[in-house]
Design a protein around this ligand. Structure first.
Ligand code: NAD
Length: 361
């Protein structure tokens, strides 16, 4: 395959940086990373690849139309992979405005600039252009939970045709952006595709999210906060498996299609927390088991009870399958945090020190 120039928005974030590392380490494509560097953006996550001649960074807000125009004109990308977003449900409960701004207005701005740029192209460059919008399974709302149905009832999964029913300001803003992207294809023929993925975990994850928060609180001897009864179910996917899926879709996905991406790893939050404790008991033992640090806290308002993805379409049509099981991926993740103290200590010296967010009060 000819090497392409891929513009990645949000490339300094958790998933974006995994995409950029994968593109630089495992392909010949060039990367333009467009990121505003909010609290969640961290150039240290790109240290393994930032010296590559194929990597370029542009500190730009996707809501800034003039700057996006300049970046597109300068770098002439073949593909846009749009990951930049406000991504934390709890923060969206405390302050939804930023989510509407970046996720809705920012996506609109990027679509309009992409359309102008794409219209200016011709020949193979125009025919091959793609706008890949990266979204979440949270747009579908939540699914029936095993505790709420009769034993033996078959539980449904999210498919690409599940109707949207977002519950939080975050998922509503992502749902809006997905629909904008689809309408730019239908109305303007901008060649777009969309992916909706389940919860990711892995290295370089900002410690406000469940898995890194639990690992770092456990190591610090702090309480391990579990929302409500801890029986909420998520379908966990190792971030590097997601990055591989995204690059596959960007390069080989069909225009106009949606692909659901998931790990076939439905776990209750409490079981995730207990698994982390067991791994830590093994690799970094202390006097008392880490499980003794678990504390149950008031649940998140509007908390979705269950997400689970049917990823059969991307497996069937593009041949993608996750390489990590939950057991292998979670152990790698715990070990990564144990071995990368410099990365997370610098993050915790910033604006976030592990405090509870999103109580809605
Ligand atoms: N984390 C998950 O489990 C998950 C699952 C499915 C889909 N997603 C989606 O994947 C994408 C990436 O998620 P993540 O977890 O890596 O998020 P993240 O919060 O770790 O990173 C977001 C990145 O976007 C940048 N950004 C934010 N606002 C910006 C703006 N206005 N202009 C330019 N850059 C801006 C931030 O600086 C940061 O680097 C998001 O669109 C999210 O909705 C996430």
């Amino acid at each position: 395959m000819m090497s392409k120039t891929i513009l990645v928005t949000g490339g300094a974030g958790f998933i974006g940086s995994a995409v950029v590392r994968h593109l630089i380490n495992d392909t010949d494509h060039a990367v333009i990373n467009v990121d505003k560097l909010t609290y969640a953006g961290n150039l240290e996550s790109l240290a393994p690849v930032s010296n590559s001649e194929r990597y370029h960074f542009e500190k730009v807000d996707i809501c800034d139309a003039d700057e996006i125009k300049r970046v597109l004109t300068t770098w002439q990308p073949d593909i846009i992979m749009h990951l930049a977003a406000e991504s934390h449900v709890d923060r969206s409960i405390d302050g939804p405005g930023e989510f509407i701004q970046t996720n809705v207005v920012g996506t609109y701005t990027l679509l309009e600039q992409a359309r102008a740029y794409w219209s200016s192209l011709d020949g193979d460059k125009k025919a091959g252009f793609k706008f890949h919008h990266i979204s979440t399974d949270e747009v579908y709302g939540d699914l029936p939970h095993p505790d709420d149905v009769a034993p033996g009832t078959e539980l449904p999964l999210f498919t690409e045709t599940t109707p949207y029913a977002p519950s939080s300001p975050y998922s509503a803003s992502k749902a809006s952006s997905d629909q904008l992207v689809r309408s730019w294809l239908r109305t303007y023929k901008l060649p777009t595709l969309v992916t909706n993925c389940s919860n990711n975990y892995g290295p370089y994850h900002f410690p406000e999210k469940l898995i890194p928060l639990v690992i770092l609180n456990a190591l610090a001897g702090k309480p391990l906060p579990v929302y409500g009864k801890g029986n909420q179910i998520r379908d966990w996917l190792y971030v590097e498996d997601h990055a591989r899926a995204l690059v596959l879709v960007a390069l080989q996905g069909e225009i106009g299609e949606t692909y659901n991406i998931g790990g076939h790893n439905e776990k209750q939050n409490i079981d995730v927390v207990k698994t982390i404790c067991t791994i830590l008991d093994d690799v970094k033992p202390k006097d008392a088991p880490y499980e003794e640090q678990i504390t149950y806290v008031q649940d998140r308002p509007g908390h979705d009870m269950r997400y689970a993805i049917d990823a059969s379409k991307i497996q069937r049509e593009l041949g993608w399958a996750p390489q990590e099981t939950f057991e292998s991926g979670i152990r790698k993740t715990v070990e990564w945090y144990l071995n990368n103290e410099t990365w997370w200590k610098a993050v915790l010296d910033g604006s976030y020190q592990g405090e509870r967010l999103g109580t809605g009060s």
